[in-house]
Design a protein around this ligand. Structure first.
Ligand code: 0X9
Ligand code: ZN
Length: 306
């Protein structure tokens, strides 16, 4: 099986990034955006057909939650698929998209947590960061409760030992801060924010911090439905939901939306619970392809409405 049909350690992912930018120096750039709590570098890949003009961009991040291994796998397979479909077979949709958009892809946001799930087999289901604040007796903040969107309201916890601990203050996690800073600095060009999670096969959109529907809800719904059609082709049905069933403030999607990025989505990739976070590697490729189809559909829509 190919590189993209397996999960990879953080070390392998760093190596892969380096190799990719070397091989595809005309298309890929690696941008350092900060370092993690345990001082690992945080990188974003910029996928761009080098042109003079400043282009609009689409942001995709993966691995906010450590145990959701399928998420970083998606962020690796996206450039990987591109390598074959765009460069070799000249995928028309992808060519059009790359004419108008740059893609910013962050393969692993929660690098410390991801590494932890790899190096400590008994901690395979770790979710949070690996930070410790003050004299807290537990380690880790939920990065998806640490963004500055109704931070630590109902649906998050202020208790360090909880899985949904919001952290001592918004953006207390250096990884969250690095992502937020990058998005703030590029908010005029970034037209869509997409964040990959698992599992449950849903595509969620703001808000999760309130049960009020967002203003552009009807267009979001129609867009979500469009993406659903595409995803359905792959026989595995994704559900689009609004609002999120439970309140969950401090999430990156809501924060990005409030920053002004009106196309903001959280993907919950495969599966629906059979394997959950322990999704077998055989499902990486189909998951990747169906999510990619949905991402393209979103990008096409954004392009038509620039
Ligand atoms: O609860 C979360 O952070 C996400 N689900 S997960 O099982 N991957 O942890 C859903 C995030 C939805 N968006 C927001 N809560 N803003
Ligand atoms: Zn998640």
């Amino acid at each position: 099986s190919s590189y993209y049909e397996n999960y990879h350690s953080l070390r392998e992912i760093y190596f892969w990034m380096e190799e990719m930018v070397k091989i595809h120096s005309d298309l890929l750039q690696k941008i350092y955006i900060g370092s993690s709590y345990e001082k690992r570098p945080l990188y974003v890949l910029k996928l761009s057909r080098r042109q003079e003009k400043v282009k609009s961009a689409i942001w995709i991040d993966c691995g906010i939650h450590a145990r959701e291994w399928i998420s970083p796998a998606f962020c690796l397979c996206f450039p990987g698929v591109l390598q074959t479909t765009y460069l070799r077979e000249r995928d028309q949709t992808m060519s059009t998209l790359l004419e108008h958009f740059d893609f910013y892809i962050m393969p692993v946001v929660n690098v410390d947590g991801y590494e932890y799930t790899w190096s400590h087999p008994s901690k395979r289901l770790w979710r949070k960061s690996r930070s410790s604040h003050g004299n807290s007796k537990c380690i880790g903040t939920d990065m998806n409760r640490n963004f500055d969107a109704q931070w630590c309201g109902e649906g998050a916890s202020s208790y360090e030992c909880h899985e949904i601990y919001c952290g001592p203050y918004p953006e207390s996690e250096p990884e969250v801060k690095a992502v937020a800073r990058f998005l703030r600095n590029h908010k005029d060009i970034i037209k869509a924010y997409i964040t990959m999670h698992s599992y449950s096969q849903m595509v969620l959109f703001p808000y999760s911090y309130t049960t009020n529907k967002i203003m552009f809800c009807s267009f979001q719904e129609s867009l979500a439905n469009k993406a659903k059609t595409t995803v359905l082709v792959s026989a595995n049905c994704y559900l689009f939901s609004l609002p999120y069933i439970d309140l969950a403030p401090g999430g990156s999607d809501d924060w990005a939306y409030d920053l002004g990025i009106k196309y903001s989505f959280t993907f919950e990739l495969r599966d629906t619970g059979t394997y959950g976070f322990l999704l077998p590697p055989q499902q990486i490729k189909p998951t990747c392809l169906e999510a990619l189809a949905a991402v393209k559909e979103i990008a096409k829509h954004v392009l038509q409405n620039l």
